[in-house]
Design a protein around this ligand. Sequence first.
Ligand SMILES: *Cc1c(COP(=O)(O)O)cnc(C)c1O
Length: 464
Amino acid sequence: MTPITNHMPTKELQALDAAHHMHPFTEANALEAAGARIITRANGVMLTDSEGNHILDGMSGLWCVNIGYGREELAQTALRQMRELPFYNTFFMTSHVPAIALSAKIAELAPGPLNHVFFAGSGSEANDTNIRLVRHYWAKKGKPSKSIIISRKNGYHGSTLGGGSLGGMTYMHNQGCPVIPDIHHIDQPHWYAEGGDMTPEEFGLARAQQLEAAILELGEDRVGAFIGEPIQGAGGVIIPPSTYWPEIQRICDKYEILLIADEVICGFGRTGQWFGSQTVGIRPDIMTIAKGLTSGYVPMGGSIVSDEIAQTIADDDFNHGYTYSGHPVAAAVALENLRIIQEEKLVERVREDVGPYLAEKWKTLAEHPMVGEARSLGLMGTLALTPHKESRAKFAGKEGAIGLRTRTRCFENGLVMRHVGDRMIIAPPLVISHAEIDRLVELAHKSIDEAYIAAKADGLMVPA
Ligand SMILES: *Cc1c(COP(=O)(O)O)cnc(C)c1O
């Protein structure tokens, strides 16, 4: 079979791309001026672009390619399933084997009473489902007033109207996505940026107790759920202080508030457990899943729901669903992906081998004069760029400018490392080797150093 490859010069591809393709979270004029980097192939943890450059993918695509690129098993599974049954829906009292097998498998993997799966096409859709589920559940319990969902500033829950509203990204709310009613945001547990003189432990408790204060202020009879990512991803890989999640759990229990863990990034091994909830020690009533569920080979998301919620709404139609809920090809690919994660013991590998190995190497970056902290958990790494380490200062110039420069240096040096403001983050595939981790950290160090030298030369190493 001839490989699918670029059949045009890069410049022509870039011009067509800029003329017709609207990109997510991208300034079109900047894209047109610079030209998109066009990725043509990938294998393992390595990408190849249309110019033949090899790039180490420190972000698993968008946090999703957990088992790495080029897995023939997934391609074969998709082909087989497309031949056998490419589509059938799961509405109106019908089902099919891939959706049945996958929901049973997820129920087996998910902890405690999380035994029911509602499928969606993405993480955003799954969070939209969660809003409906929570409100429908409380209505069924005879408490329809408990419609408020509490979420966090700088949390990310997707980009649909529901997901974007749950999320705490004001730059999203400001563009045609006013927060839909009855969603309330509290502050995030981001000690490095917002902890001031408190210890991380004190700060974690204080931020969790904002949930209790919000419930008391809004009224116990009004609040139905709290949603959070066990570790914030898109917000900058914010690893909360150890005191945070136990206190959130205590408050949810005390006021009978449903706890939704958005596991879209943390799920399926990223933190060294099947789910981030297990790593941070919480017992959610609903989990949002997507990304690592299929390792990104095909789109799929879902909500894993507790027995209590599923049983409460069981005596009525749930008037909600997507054409592609439980899509047979996506479900078959997900099942094969989970089989690989389990058989190759990738979760244990993150917990006992590559996670600790990355932690050792990653923390050496904190020795660099422009790095204020360098932390990792499982295969998520984060570091803060700063002009002044001791005071954890921000840069005086535009927020994110140094982060963007650093990211550009990374790309030029053959590494995908993302920036969130002036934080740099990584989340490589779970199959990454020790040698590849060495390379990743070496390229990160080189790129940070180049950005640092340039920032100094340009007079940008100034605290705000
Ligand atoms: C990516 C992400 C989502 C949204 O998933 P999509 O598949 O992009 O809709 C939701 N929650 C979290 C935590 C995510 O990282």
